[in-house]
Design a protein around this ligand. Structure first.
Ligand code: ADP
Ligand code: MG
Length: 330
């Protein structure tokens, strides 16, 4: 059983960045207003995510580590997925492929911690923590050496972690994020954004500036369109601010970062008349729709989605973006 769990875990946790994604999404789900991520050696030796969210009550700590245990759906409606996490697989997977400790405290109770390594959990112990949750993952894939061989250089893995944190930060402008690299005991700040205030568009614009830079934010037009209950919001850059690489494409479905071919193709289609083949449009776009109209469960890494009506979503993106660009005189 332990071996099967480790294989299944490898599907969920492909690399350090996927572990960071799961842990940060959990912190967001817990209502955190501040999320700190620390990594060392590209995340191989250490990933630590600290949040100020609701915490996990002591009796629930062992539960959080058991497969398919989730506090986020009741099992009666698997399709009705409103929060990010829904499978209850992330923590058990991380506990199967690395040395995981969770320290947590809910308001008004004492802090407690649990440790699990290679799928085997120790009993819960009392701990010291003011509030929220600290999840620490050390020695990722130590129990599955074959997986280690698939990792790229520490530098490349660290870059993937940075990219994931930036994408998640883009989706949550009201949450403060920081990312530090503590390789070789030296602490280096990689990324930091403070929480934005105001209405969603204002906050999003502020977060865009913080993550993608002033030039992007000053060349971006707001997008706000709706068709048959599918809502498209965000910012799209003017064609003059296109890039030679698709690094500035931030796409979200129901708040979840995705790298979906249909959405990328639709984005490209919207700019078709303005951009030559080698230029990529920059945009941060949020597609929000009834969870029943999209399958986010295509792959455990969850970056692809399947829309019930792909033509509708594609049409909305093309027309919504063209409209926004036309308003700006293009
Ligand atoms: P899922 O997120 O799909 O429910 P996970 O394995 O990621 O599954 O987490 C299991 C459970 O542990 C969650 O449902 C939640 O109740 C709890 N949990 C995990 N991380 C946190 C956190 N940072 N703060 C509060 N609760 C958490
Ligand atoms: Mg989760």
């Amino acid at each position: 059983e332990a071996a099967i769990n480790r294989i299944a875990a490898g599907e969920v946790v492909e690399r350090p960045a996927s572990a960071v994604k799961e842990l940060v999404e959990n912190a967001v789900d817990a209502g955190a207003t501040r999320i700190e991520v620390v990594v060392a050696d590209g995340g191989r030796s250490l990933i630590r995510v600290t949040d100020d969210g609701c915490g996990i009550a002591e009796p629930d700590l062992p539960l959080a580590l058991s497969r398919h245990a989730t506090s986020k759906i009741d099992g009666t409606d698997l399709l009705n997925i409103h929060s990010f996490g829904f499978r209850g697989e992330a923590l058990p997977s991380l506990g199967a492929v690395g040395r995981l400790t969770i320290t947590s405290r809910v308001p008004g109770e004492g802090a407690a911690m649990i440790a699990v390594a290679g799928g085997r959990a120790d009993p819960v112990r009392p701990a010291a923590l003011n509030a929220g949750t600290v999840v620490e993952l050390r020695d990722l894939f130590y129990a599955t050496p074959a997986r280690l061989k698939f990792l790229r250089t520490d530098r490349a893995e660290a870059q993937a972690v940075t990219d994931v944190v930036k994408r998640l930060a883009m989706a949550e402008p009201f949450v403060a994020f920081s990312l530090r690299d503590e390789t070789s005991g030296q602490s280096r700040e990689v990324f930091r954004v403070s929480s934005e205030t105001g209405d969603l568009f204002g906050a999003l614009h502020g977060r865009l500036r913080a993550v993608l830079g002033r030039e992007f934010s000053e060349n971006a037009v707001p997008v706000d369109a709706i068709r048959e209950g599918v809502h498209l919001t965000g910012y799209a850059a003017l064609p003059t601010y296109s890039r030679g690489a698709a690094v500035s494409q931030y796409l979200f479905v129901n708040g979840r970062p995705v790298r979906d071919k249909l959405l990328i193709g639709a984005l490209r289609g919207a700019y078709h008349d303005f951009l030559s083949r080698d230029r990529h449009p920059a945009a941060a776009l949020f597609v929000d729709l009834d969870p029943h109209l999209v399958d986010v469960n295509v792959h455990p890494a969850k970056s692809e989605v399947r829309f019930r009506d792909p033509g509708l979503v594609r049409g909305l993106i093309v027309s919504g973006l063209r409209h926004a660009l036309a308003e700006a005189g293009h």
